[in-house]
Design a protein around this ligand. Sequence first.
Ligand code: SF4
Ligand code: SF4
Length: 274
Amino acid sequence: MPELTAEGILDSSPRMDLETRFKFGCGPGMACFNSCCRDVSILLSPYDVLRLKNALRMDSSEFLEKYTLTMRSQDKQIPVVLLRMDEQTRKCPLVRESGCSVYAHRPWACRMYPLGMAEPKGPNAAAGRFYFLVEEQLCKGHGAGREHSVREWIESQKLDPFDQMQAPFLELMSHPGWDAAEPMSQEKLAMYFMSLYDLDRFRRFVMETRFLELFEVDETRREAIATDDEELLELAIDWLAYSLFHEKRMKLKTQVVVHEPSGMGMSSASQSPG
Ligand code: SF4
Ligand code: SF4
């Protein structure tokens, strides 16, 4: 079995493409039912957090506090969010005897399992994308059930909206600006975390500071971000690309006189809106 590290996967996992077929079955009748929801590292994308906090009808700050751990990526020290396992049982806090309690809104990684996806680093990474089987002894589904192609699996797990919402986020994560000699300030990293993951707080930041006075945001977008989390997440990514990497994704209103911007490109942006 290949070692489950990035290097192990890249070196030794048989690479699968969308048409590769594999046999896999899963369901409540399996002896291993729910074993895969214990002691796992599940990275949550901003869209995963959005789906889960809405499924649980929670404010994003409350969700992050109760269900997640925040760490820093080893290479660039970017904040990353993981689903927090129960300290005693090591189970996912969202698993019940009957299965996943948020099944329709479960994260990308849970949908993909037992498949993983990898892309080589560097330009044109998506072209080198491949899939691989995560074969763990605890999972009795391998070789059981029916045959699927990778493409069929991805369709059956309804991964499309996750992939669509994830693409601009992945682009932001791999922006060359992260490799600048000067490390990102703590203030900017805090803003990055809040804008992407603590979406309800980001909404208050947009609505209750001078954000809308300073930036051109058309009426349709203004109305949408007031209630639509997906629109708000798109705005958050545009705003971060602008304020962290000077991408022309936001436009200052012409009548606004901007003094020396703070860390995030607007004087009030570094303050919590609350
Ligand atoms: S979110 Fe659902 S599918 Fe994912 S680990 Fe938790 S219980 Fe399992
Ligand atoms: S361990 Fe494998 S077969 Fe068992 S419930 Fe989890 S995914 Fe399904």
